[in-house]
Design a binder for this molecule. Sequence first.
Ligand code: FAD
Ligand code: 2HG
Ligand code: ZN
Length: 473
Amino acid sequence: MEIAATLERIKGVVGPRGWIADPRGTEPYLVEARGLYRGATRLVVRPASTEEVAAVVRICAEAGLPIVPQGGNTGLVGGGVPPEDGHNIVLALGRMNRIRAIDPVNFTMTVEAGCILAHLHQAAAEIDLLFPLSLGAEGSCQIGGNLSTNAGGVNVLRYGMMRDLVLGLEVVLPGGRVLEGLSSLRKDNTGYDIKSLFLGAEGTLGVITAATVKLFPQIRARATALVALPEVRAAVTLLGELRAGSGDRISSFELISRPALELATRHIPGVSDPLTGAHPWYLLCELSSARAAEPLDEVLEEALGAALTRGTVLDAALVRSERERAALWKLRESIPEAQRHEGASLKHDISLPVAVLADFVARAASWIGANVPDGRLVAYGHVGDGNLHFNISQSAGSDRERFLSRADSVRCAVHELVHEFGGSFSAEHGVGRTKVAELERYTSPVELALMRAVKRAFDPHGIMNPGKVLREQ
Ligand code: FAD
Ligand code: 2HG
Ligand code: ZN
């Protein structure tokens, strides 16, 4: 069937509010957070129900029309952006934003894929419970995108990644059938865990339309501090000491390098450094508990005091109010935005065994110093999970295009070193279109063959987000 006729059938399914074709309206769906990719499409489809998604996908399957699912479009590897050739439609889930059920007895919530993450936090808080996935883009990313990228964020140390927080999924498969898997069971050993395949699949195996996620007791006590450190190794030492000393109450353990802190204080209004003097590294560390009576401030103060005496900590500022706490988190969460203000950046979302982090940073930083004269290392990240955003910002006054022209070779060198140290080239952002070659390079032939077999089994005609994660064969 002609493409124009196929698009008309799709429009008929979703009705006038369910599609956008004019270039001004489609624009926000075609560019990604850092402006690295700019795609094209003839139609953005915005279905309002699972039935509509299934009908649209069926039409696309019949016509062989490729689909790019999209949530909040905050992904950092280009997975949700359509290719430049304009041959894919974008299927944006934002109108599917209902909370279908909340079960405080079972500690679960069933939500549609287009729900914004921050809205899930609010919905859980209204019944005095917690949905713990938390990340800087939470005001605009959607749970469908979080599931599809297996998002991480700042609470992984305590609660795990998105994969650890989901019990059931509803998914429209590439042929248009609906996998009705909204289980709320915590125990269910009945064969292969099919839902797990969609978590981190980045829209290449189907369209997630709803999920049942876990809830937790609300946090009632917190202690938060910004801690200055002489070196990365001190963070790893402190992590072990604090886990033991606090009865494992750490929920966030975020490393911030001095250049990253400086970018945030320079570019983001209202962000300031609560410590005096310049230190090479900082930690934003938070202990939390669901028990109001826990003396977490004392625990943190004592542990930091002992570390100060030993010299593993140089200085520390404990927060004394919710306002001070929010200010510290703003400092941390605004670093990616501050990097954008500074110009172009080369981003490496890597993870390593915590024990080798310090050695890796020393080797990689010295390589960057010698080989990227127009760039500055702006490292930060979820050090408690061994996950660093080992980013490089272009230096002031340098040429953007020249700096970016080296992106591939720098990425190769950094990822090669990560591999040597036993780490991963994608800790939490996924593969998308940015890291397809890396997946081929660093995944064993056996695992890659299994991934390709899974892709063929779910999507034999290759209509789901083609070219993302796996190269077309
Ligand atoms: P999108 O960007 O729209 O899509 C991401 C991928 O999922 C694409 O491949 C898309 O095709 C697919 N997809 C989206 N919805 C569906 C669906 N319903 N069904 C099937 N496939 C779908 N990530 C982290 O892990 N940790 C962080 O700390 C973190 N912090 C961030 C901070 C900032 C400021 C920004 C801009 C991004 C950050 N990210 C982080 C990256 C990003 O926010 C996450 O990857 C997020 O999970 C993406 O959600 P989204 O709704 O924006 O998805
Ligand atoms: C964060 O932890 C995000 O702030 C974004 O994962 C990291 O932009 C980045 O490199
Ligand atoms: Zn991150």
